[in-house]
Design a protein around this ligand. Structure first.
Ligand SMILES: Nc1nc2c(ncn2[C@@H]2O[C@H](COP(=O)(O)OP(=O)(O)OP(=O)(O)O)[C@@H](O)[C@H]2O)c(=O)[nH]1
Ligand SMILES: [Mg+2]
Length: 481
């Protein structure tokens, strides 16, 4: 199997850990040496056979390799669609780029929704400033804040018009679970919501410059109002009193995905803004139902090509109630997915200090561990390869660096150092232990530390995952017998 040209190359230097790991053990006896050489030859033979099979590529009737993306299903923990986008970016870059106008609209929606959330928090703070019974310690807002709030009111209409467009074809719905700030559009992933935002995609053209797909002269384009309000949004977002208010309300970037765009307002509200790949990965649009993505990697794209793949993203469940245990949930879903070659299980390890918004008594990380255990011990999935992504490492690093202590939330962490290396190692061992203890059949533990919003590192990991799954699959189909 060839090494991808973008992979960092490891030098053959004796200080290099890989070279050291590959070196024969010191004081090896002749019998040990012969046994080692035999093992190495056998491993190479199997590897060459797999390579040969891969070279032959997709023969007629080759069964597709199927991957299911799985993660928690409550509103507050997410990552699946972002992982799917990484697969698309890696394998169908042209089609991915023709969707830019749709993602531009989603990012605009993320920005106006974020402003609405801040404005609603301001309204609550003002009410509490005038009440003696307030539970939260809100900061005092001034007349200037009131003026800013009024100046931003046109954004309410922009949010409504974006929601109308998204929901027009019945491809989306507006969910409200009772908490006002959680109001969020949800698209049905099987329907074409993307068509509502592009002039030419509907004509069936496959590869068109994103610039041509956007109607820059449309006076109703949300970009016009956003550009006019940009300075006021910036003043609001950078105001220390407002930041304190968001702290009091525990509204953080993790809770409101659109907040990350408020740090890039100059760019995302500029008159001819076109999203970058990173913007698209950060764009948040809740999905319901199952999205299937089919691809066959082209030669030269990366080392594995010509095999048909299917990746499935199962969106959040509207009807899932908190008392629904993962056992019941899996009992309903697993029969649809028992023919998957692999499950990529996404666990957000940055969530150790957060509770589920839907049930403040449940720790988010603990919830993820419980779902992992249910998957691991499910008899219908006992032969499925499980690939664990310990995700949101970027947020975990930032949290630990800011002094938030893992041991305060996970008591068993004890007095270990509060740094990323120790924390990630500890959590990996926890998940590995569950696999070992609860798997009905012995299975290899495939695990990666990820930040799926980082396109470059995620691409390298997905290449590795595709390679691992394909090899495991070929081995299983007794190709090597
Ligand atoms: N900082 C950071 N943000 C992430 C990471 N992974 C996902 N996100 C963000 O989390 C938000 C939600 O992710 P999605 O992939 O839409 O979640 P989902 O699992 O599809 O959620 P549902 O559709 O509700 O089932 C997006 O705005 C992502 O950009 C990560 O590793 N780091
Ligand atoms: Mg989704």
């Amino acid at each position: 199997m060839g090494i991808n040209s973008e992979m960092p190359q490891i030098s053959a230097d004796s200080d290099d850990p890989l070279t050291r790991a590959m070196a024969p053990p010191p004081n090896e006896s002749i019998q040990e040496r012969d046994a080692r050489i035999h093992r190495e030859r056998e491993a190479k033979r199997v590897s060459d056979e797999i390579d040969e099979e891969l070279r032959k590529g997709c023969k007629k009737g080759t069964k597709p390799v199927k991957i299911l993306l799985l993660g928690q299903y409550f509103i507050s923990v997410r990552m699946k669609t972002t992982t799917l986008k990484n697969f698309q970016l890696m394998n169908s870059v042209t089609a991915f780029h023709t969707e830019k106008p749709s993602w531009r609209a989603v990012i605009q929606y993320n920005v106006v929704r974020s402003v609405r959330i801040i404005v609603e928090a301001m309204t609550d703070a003002q009410a509490s400033n005038h009440s003696s019974e307030s539970v939260l310690d809100y900061p005092q807002l001034t007349a200037e804040h009131q003026t800013l709030k009024m100046r931003l009111s046109p954004l309410v209409q922009i949010e409504e018009s974006l929601i109308r467009k998204l929901t027009l074809s019945g491809a989306a719905e507006y969910l409200n679970d009772g908490r006002n700030y959680a109001k969020e559009v949800t698209v049905n992933s099987t329907l074409g919501w993307k068509n509502a935002f592009s002039r030419l995609v509907r004509d069936g053209r496959e590869s068109v410059e994103s610039d041509l797909l956007i109607d820059w002269d449309d006076p109703n384009d949300p970009g016009v109002v956003l550009n006019a309000c940009a300075d006021d949004i910036k003043r609001l977002w950078h105001d220390p009193v407002i930041q304190r208010l968001l702290d009091v309300r525990k509204l953080r970037v993790e809770e409101v995905a659109g907040f990350s765009f408020l740090d890039a307002l100059d760019r995302v509200t500029s008159p001819r803004y076109i999203p970058t790949d990173d913007d698209i990965l950060r764009a948040r649009l809740k999905t319901l139902g199952v999205t299937e993505y089919r691809f066959t990697p082209a030669p030269g794209q990366h080392s594995i090509h010509d095999f048909p793949w299917r990746v499935y993203d199962v969106g959040g469940q509207r009807s899932l109630h908190l008392h629904t245990t993962y056992k019941c949930f899996l009992a309903a879903w697993v029969p649809f997915f028992d023919d998957m070659n692999a499950i990529i299980f996404l666990a957000p390890i940055s969530c150790f200090d957060q509770a589920l918004a839907e049930d403040p008594s449940v720790n988010r990380l603990e919830d993820s561990v419980l779902l992992w255990k249910s998957i691991v011990q499910n008899p219908l999935l006992k032969a499925t390869n499980l690939v664990l992504f310990l995700n949101k490492c970027d947020i975990l690093k930032a949290k630990l660096a800011s002094g938030i202590k893992l041991s305060e939330y996970i008591v068993s962490y004890g007095s270990r150092p509060n740094d990323f290396e120790s924390a990630s190692h500890y959590l990996k061992k926890k998940f590995a232990g569950i696999l070992k203890e609860h798997s009905l059949e012995p299975r290899p533990f495939y695990c990666h530390f990820t930040s799926v919003i980082d396109t470059y590192s995620t691409k390298l990991i997905l290449i590795n995952v595709q390679d691992t799954i394909l090899r495991a699959n070929l081995k299983k189909s007794s190709l090597m017998a």
